[in-house]
Design a protein around this ligand. Structure first.
Ligand code: GDP
Ligand code: ZN
Length: 358
């Protein structure tokens, strides 16, 4: 059962100490303020964090959709307690201003990021660069998906443009409406691997998810279920098995991934430019009027596209600005923390609960 969800020999090795402690493995399929839904060999279980893990989570962050966890199970009640989080292979992280100390993981262990953009006129190379960077940074492999090919007489030029930009990562064009290109798209996803669709609103992500899930969509639709306080909350699966054997993480958080907050991803996408800047005569070259500037030379002889250079710079500046903001917020948080410690601050129940979905 959990093999379908991507359980592997490597995970089994990581899990050994937990197995010795009598725990069972599971993968988080839903993360909610009031708890988790975890899939395990005995089916889906409603789970909560152990007190100790909840305490640790204030430092290391909470388990997220896609995470593998170690649980003790109450078989009679079909509930579980999560005691440990297994090491993540990949993670999509959002650094919201207020959760800077513990970056919020919005999806873990994603193998493949489909970067979705549409053919009909609003092809935005800059945005694709950012999504590519977000994917690289998470550790997932990016595949660019050009949707709505049925609206485009000749998909060649756009595909070529994206291929140039995507620096070696695969590009597939599809029409969800006509069912064209879906096999080629799914060929990138091995059984047990997990994918996400990221991209701007309106490019056709929901339509594609529905097509990929086919009949299964019904089973994933929201169901109402009571939580243990008798309140009613809406719940649904955010990690879903695809009929073909892969899995998809489909959450609003993942879809909204926008600007990347790390330079890593950007430099992979702009690898060629990065290398170029290192061949400038001066190591602190500002690439303005310095003698021996490799960037200027490449711009002059046409080997570097001025657009790409401009966007590399723009992205760099934005990242620097974000870093400054992040540092300021971190300082503020540290000051608050120290102030709190002086007042003999103790976590209130509300704080613990409020942090449960971070
Ligand atoms: P999302 O915001 O990315 O989830 O985009 P949607 O899936 O909601 O699609 C936005 C619009 O594009 C809808 O009107 C869809 O019917 C349309 N659309 C999606 N896929 C295709 C396609 O393959 N061909 C055409 N012609 N339209 C599509
Ligand atoms: Zn230079």
């Amino acid at each position: 059962m959990i093999t379908q969800y991507g359980w592997s020999d490597a995970l089994a090795r990581d899990f050994k100490p937990h197995a010795r402690a009598g725990y069972v493995p599971g993968r988080v399929v839903v993360q909610r303020r009031d708890g988790y839904l975890v899939t395990a060999d005995r089916g889906e279980l409603r789970a909560k964090l152990s007190g100790r893990l909840r305490h640790e989570a204030r430092e290391i962050g909470h388990p997220a959709v896609g995470d593998w966890v170690a649980m003790s199970v109450n078989a009679a009640e079909r509930t579980a307690t999560i005691h440990a989080l297994l090491p993540r292979r990949t993670a999509f992280i959002r650094r919201a201003a207020d959760s800077l100390q513990t970056p919020q993981v919005i999806a873990a262990n994603v193998d493949l990021a489909f970067i979705v953009t549409s053919m009909n006129g609003d092809l935005n190379p800059r945005r694709i660069e950012r999504y590519l960077a977000a994917a690289w940074q998470s550790g997932a492999r990016p595949v660019v998906v050009l949707t709505k090919s049925d609206l485009c007489a000749d998909t060649g030029p756009q595909t070529a443009e994206i291929e140039a930009l995507a620096a070696g990562c695969p590009v597939v064009s599809i029409s969800a409406r006509q069912g064209v290109g879906l096999d080629a798209l799914l060929a990138h996803l091995a059984p047990g691997e997990t994918c996400v669709l990221i991209g701007s609103s309106g490019v056709g992500k929901s339509t594609l998810v529905n097509v990929l899930l086919g009949e299964q969509r019904m089973a994933t639709a929201s169901v109402r279920e009571g939580d243990d306080k008798g309140r009613h909350t809406t719940s649904h699966r955010e990690l879903v098995l695809l009929p073909g054997g892969g899995l998809i993480v489909d959450t609003p958080g993942v879809r909204e991934i926008g600007l990347v907050d790390a330079e890593d991803g950007v430099s992979v996408v702009f690898d060629d430019i990065e290398q170029l800047t290192q061949t400038c005569k001066f190591s602190d070259c500002a690439h303005a009027n310095e003698p021996g500037c490799a960037v200027r030379a490449a711009l002059d002889d046409g080997t570097l596209d001025p657009d790409r250079w401009a966007h590399f710079q723009k992205l760099g500046l934005e990242l620097a600005a974000m870093e400054q903001k992040a540092e300021r917020l971190a300082r503020d948080a540290e000051r608050r923390r120290q102030g709190g410690l002086q007042k003999g601050y103790r976590a209130t129940k509300k704080d613990v609960r409020g942090g449960a979905d971070r």
